[in-house]
Design a protein around this ligand. Structure first.
Ligand code: NAD
Length: 318
């Protein structure tokens, strides 16, 4: 159970951060939320501060000011955006991670940092990807995730830093909009289905990818962070799986609830990225070591997403 532990979330205003802050507060953690976005653009159930994760001084001052014990480091430039700005993507993803790891080494902070299925690439087996496998990604984002995994393991082995990680699949949530990833279509589709009754998908209809509903993802993060250290056998990043589907499958699931819904396909550069990623993930190590199990499948996720977005729209009326 959570005690009144002081935790800081970096990148708290993003898609994952928004849900993670809600979940941590609900579980009784004393949370300080931070992001580069101005406070008036952020709506979170925890105290909020602007912190630039690329500034070691900024980060140190915030950690010291709040007596932080655990950092959830969610700042990153995501896959599709980083392909447009490769050097900026690399710099943001790596510099912020190094600052966090160095601070963790010095102050004995515990750290959560997510990797991604983007750590895999065209030479990785496509189905039931094992925990230990070929990781030769062809995107800048994927390269930053493989490098990050190895650096987190290095800080653990060399300096004893308690840093933990999962390889997130594509994440679907209703609280915040996604931030420039290759799987963003699986969130956008709900808003278009409800507003216009139609959607143009930027992936081809047959691209099967590993995905997960956000409530499972944030619960998984908290369970991993609460697991006894001696149970953990992976210090690069744990495979975790939810369910896998292609755009035509989610479209069909939406059509079962909104019969007039139509979809067309206009694959762009993101389709090429998605086709380098695997279809399904073997998450046996996470299940064995810390009891990981997803609660949602495609159908229960679609039902919940539609209900939540409709509720959100109604409650945001003046
Ligand atoms: N969303 C997914 O489907 C997914 C899948 C796999 C892995 N991940 C990983 O999860 C983490 C969170 O992803 P997300 O989807 O919430 O991303 P996001 O883009 O929605 O959020 C990232 C946040 O970081 C903030 N940020 C950017 N530069 C910053 C800086 N210099 N200092 C402080 N904050 C800064 C942004 O304002 C944004 O709010 C990332 O590491 C990402 O790689 C996400």
């Amino acid at each position: 159970m959570a005690t009144q532990q002081k935790v800081m979330v970096l990148g708290a205003a993003g898609q994952v951060g928004t849900d993670l802050v809600h979940a941590l507060v609900q579980r009784g953690y004393d949370v300080i939320a931070t992001d580069i976005r101005p406070a008036d653009q952020v709506d979170l159930p925890a105290p909020y501060e602007v912190v630039d994760a690329t500034s070691a001084d900024n980060l140190r001052a915030a950690v010291e000011r709040h007596g932080v014990q655990t950092v959830y480091h969610l700042v990153a430039m995501l896959s599709a955006t980083a392909e447009r700005f490769p050097h900026r993507g690399w710099t943001l993803n790596m510099q912020s991670l190094f600052h966090v790891l160095e601070l963790a080494r010095e102050k004995r902070l515990r750290v959560f940092w997510p990797s991604s299925i983007a750590a895999f690439g065209p030479t990785t087996p496509k189905d039931a990807v094992p925990q230990h496998t070929i990781t030769e990604p062809t995107t800048v984002y994927g390269i930053s995730k493989v490098a990050g995994e190895l650096w987190t393991q290095y800080y653990h082995l060399k300096y004893g830093v308690d840093v933990r990680s999962v390889r997130f699949p594509g994440l679907i949530g209703w609280r915040a909009m996604p931030g420039g990833g290759t799987t963003d279509y699986a969130v956008d589709i709900f808003y278009h289905a409800l507003r216009e009754g139609s959607y143009t998908c930027f992936l081809g209809e047959d691209v099967v990818l590993p995905m997960m509903y956000m409530p499972d993802a944030v619960r998984g993060v908290i369970e991993l962070m609460e697991a006894p250290a001696e149970r953990l056998t992976v210090r690069t990043s744990y495979n975790i799986a939810g369910f896998s589907f292609a755009p035509r499958d989610i479209a069909e699931a939406i059509r079962r609830r909104i019969p007039d819904f139509t979809i067309r396909y206009a694959p762009d550069h993101r389709d090429a990225i998605a086709r380098t990623w695997p279809h399904t993930i073997d998450d046996t190590a996470a299940r064995t070591d810390w009891g990981w199990a997803p609660a949602y499948d495609l159908d229960t996720m679609v039902t919940d997403m539609l209900a939540r977005i409709q509720q959100k729209a109604v409650s945001s009326l003046p």
